[in-house]
Design a protein around this ligand. Structure first.
Ligand code: AMP
Length: 216
């Protein structure tokens, strides 16, 4: 199964993709996670990407494409994958199609996690991320058992730099500018399915699983 999760920041793409990957035994590819890892390691890519990320802007398509291409070379994606955070615009969608075609692979299902603005703001405002394993928590919706500590690996939880209010506003603006054309692109290919992501994470997960099993 090859799945794309589309949706605004705060839609729960990361949380859902991680759980879905475990449930369906698929590779989870998050371009945001890969970029943050590069920033953490201060790689050449990380140094270039950092400024864009801190301002809530998209990292240039070419840089992200190179990074993704390397990820697709890894063995684990053969079992299928969930793309989380890619594509973010039409150019990236077309790049993805070309990359997959070169490997004789195609996307089965695109799940659009439709989320209302108040929910986005509430989720991002309270999001905490594990500095070690990347699991997302939320101060109210999904609090860790022990404050500031990851339930799974005891890593330290932190607030993402780009989850600060001003950057969040920019990220939502960038997202809204690009999403309509992506929705059209995948609707034309008959791959787009919309699920409301305002509900509880568990409810949304069950809906996604039912959907991808039907269409996979
Ligand atoms: P995310 O973790 O998906 O919210 O992404 C965090 C940040 O990483 C975004 O605000 C962008 O700056 C950058 N980023 C992640 N994925 C992409 C992408 N596909 N294209 C460009 N920039 C990206």
């Amino acid at each position: 199964m090859k799945i794309i999760l589309l949706g605004p920041p705060g839609a729960g793409k990361g949380t859902q993709a991680k759980r879905l990957a475990e449930e369906l035994v698929l590779a989870h590819i998050s371009t945001g996670d890969l970029l943050r890892q590069n920033v953490k390691e201060a790689s050449a890519l990380g140094k270039e990407a950092r400024g864009f990320m801190e301002r809530g802007l998209l990292v240039p398509d070419e840089l992200v494409a190179q990074m993704l291409k390397k990820r697709f070379d890894q063995e684990d994606i053969r079992k299928g994958f969930i793309l989380d955070g890619y594509p973010r615009n039409i150019n990236q969608a077309e790049t993805l199609d070309r990359m997959l075609k070169d490997n004789n692979v195609r996307i089965d299902t695109v799940v659009y996690l439709d989320t209302s603005d108040p929910v986005i703001i509430q989720r991002l405002g309270g999001r905490l991320v594990c500095s070690n394993c990347g699991t997302n928590f939320h101060t109210r919706n999904m609090p860790p058992k022990k404050e500031g500590i990851c339930d799974y690996c005891a890593g330290k939880l932190y607030q993402r730099n780009d989850d600060k209010e001003e950057t969040v506003r920019k990220r939502i603006e960038v997202y809204k500018k690009e999403v309509a054309s992506l929705i059209k692109y995948y609707r034309q290919q008959n791959k787009l399915h919309t699920i409301s992501s305002d509900e509880d994470a568990g409810v949304v997960l069950n809906k996604i699983i039912a959907l991808v099993r039907q269409n996979g």
